[in-house]
Design a protein around this ligand. Structure first.
Ligand code: EPU
Length: 451
């Protein structure tokens, strides 16, 4: 198993290219099940989760190849299979996104019901409810959700739940409705940019969707979808993670391929904290030069502050000059990182879905364990600024959503390397990602007085 070793204290400086969005790629890949013709996708990141989705699609008769220029070509070659089995779904919850396309195109879908995960309960009741409103019969057998319909019929569907809308639920209903007879109106639809990207992709294939990016999406069903060439939007969560990394090291990063218009709430909070975020010559420039101000942050559905950046922002606020309050309104139990960050000297107190963050002067390196994707990213960010060495084990979690994060960080000055437990035992040298040209210097970035 791989782990990261980070020696904290280096100021990050330089340019990072943001990859295509994981959470836009996954439903768009699933949507290829709907297409009669070849699909070419640019900027699909080569991540563990994408590989899991491609494996599932192969099981379901969708062939894919990576071109030399990195683009993915996908084509349906066999429509006989409709079962997404437990082994694949359990590895990646987003596998559930094949449900809508299978039902619409192949008249039935059998998808293993995903269980909870480290960020909390993850029900799919709204997905199933939405597909039933389109006329599908639904059943549960041996832990699989079974859906069937000879012809889906458009209808009015409300997708709001106790924690707002559902992102992958909206994706599932949208993908099913494009081939339904007549008009479907989805109320309380997710407004996330990843849903807009999915709708834009489907429209490029011949679907008739309007209202994407708003809580009311209207879909007029069509007979069939062709194929298209499409570029995936940049990953706003990867960008936000590097913004926090720049701020916490009092560094300055230029983020290329970064959509600041997808990061409004994040930029607002960062500016409130005292971080500079500007657009310059097509790149986002993020810099920090002073002690940080505390802030109150509540995660909300888009355009609110994203839950996928809550853990990273918590690390930043740990070093602010005062107390902050973070409330999680999407996944109220998504706080696995709290105990690990406290081991690094943070002062975090959890009270229900809220964490009170008492600002401290330093974080201190420690062995810590990654528990889920974004919590791992938070530990990496903490390691960048902690005094001494941080060892993060189980980094396979981070590989699910960040392409070679250690290489990207090392290229802008971080002292971070990936090591393999087994290789080390055999005496092999570590796979070093490189360090900044300048000698590592402890900058004590958060000791800069504000007054
Ligand atoms: N919910 C229900 N019923 C449902 C579906 C969801 O009650 O049928 C609840 C959930 O329990 C949660 C809230 O609604 O409290 C929102 O869940 P949502 O369905 O929107 O989450 P998701 O679609 O499963 C996607 C992302 C997550 C991201 C959330 C919230 C993908 C593949 N996953 O999950 O990304 O945190 O939206 O923005 O798009 C990640 O990338 O690390 C990640 C977890």
């Amino acid at each position: 198993m791989d782990y990261f070793l980070i020696n904290g204290g280096n100021r990050l400086r330089g340019r990072i290219e943001i990859g295509g969005a994981k959470n836009a790629s996954l439903p768009i890949l699933a949507a290829c099940i709907l297409c009669e013709d070849e699909v070419v996708l640019h900027d699909v990141p080569d991540l563990a989760d994408v590989q899991s989705m491609l494996l599932l699609l192969e099981e379901l008769g969708v062939q894919s190849t990576r071109r030399a220029d990195g683009a993915l070509r996908l084509r349906v070659v066999d429509e006989s299979r409709v079962h997404a089995e437990y082994d694949l779904v359990r590895k990646m919850r987003a596998s559930v996104c094949v449900m809508g396309p299978l039902l619409a195109k192949r008249k039935e879908a059998r998808v293993s019901m995903p269980g909870g995960c480290n960020i909390g309960d993850r029900p799919i009741n709204l997905h199933v409810q939405g597909l039933r409103r389109l006329g599908a019969a639904a059943d549960l057998k041996n832990g699989d959700v079974l859906l069937a319909s000879e012809q889906l019929i458009g209808g009015d569907i409300f997708l709001g739940g106790p924690f707002g809308s559902t992102v992958t639920g909206t994706a599932n209903v949208l993908m099913a409705a494009v081939l339904a007879k007549g008009r479907t109106v989805i109320e309380a639809a997710a407004c996330e940019p990843e849903i807009t990207d999915l709708a834009d992709f489907l429209n490029a294939c011949g679907a008739k969707i309007s209202g994407q990016g708003t809580p009311c999406i209207v879909i007029d069903g069509v007979e069939q979808l062709g194929g298209c060439e499409h570029r995936i939007i940049p990953d706003r969560i990867e960008a936000g993670t590097f913004m926090v990394a720049a701020a916490i090291t009092n560094g300055e990063l230029e983020l290329a391929n970064c959509r600041l218009d997808h990061l409004g709430a994040v930029v607002d909070r960062l500016r409130h904290i005292g971080v500079t975020v500007e657009r310059d010559n097509g790149v986002a420039v993020v810099a920090s030069t002073r002690r940080l101000e505390p802030a109150d942050v509540t995660t909300q559905p888009y355009p609110g502050f994203p839950t996928d950046l809550q853990a990273q922002l918590m690390v930043l606020l740990s070093l602010a000059d005062g107390n902050s309050v973070i409330t999680e309104k999407i996944f109220p139990d998504r706080f696995m990182h709290v105990a690990e960050l406290n081991r690094m000297g943070a002062m975090l107190r959890k009270e229900g879905p809220t964490v009170i963050v008492e600002g401290v002067r330093h974080l201190i390196g420690a062995p810590v364990m990654a528990s889920d994707l974004r919590a791992s990213a938070a530990l990496v960010v903490a390691g960048l600024v902690a005094q001494g060495q941080t060892r993060i084990s189980r980094v396979y979690h981070i590989d699910r959503g960040y392409k070679e994060i250690e290489k990207k960080l090392a290229a802008v000055g971080a002292d971070i390397e990936r090591r393999q437990e087994q290789a080390e035992e055999e005496g092999a040298p570590p796979r070093r990602s490189g360090t900044h040209a300048d000698a590592p210097v402890w900058l004590a970035p958060h000791e800069v007085p504000t007054k």
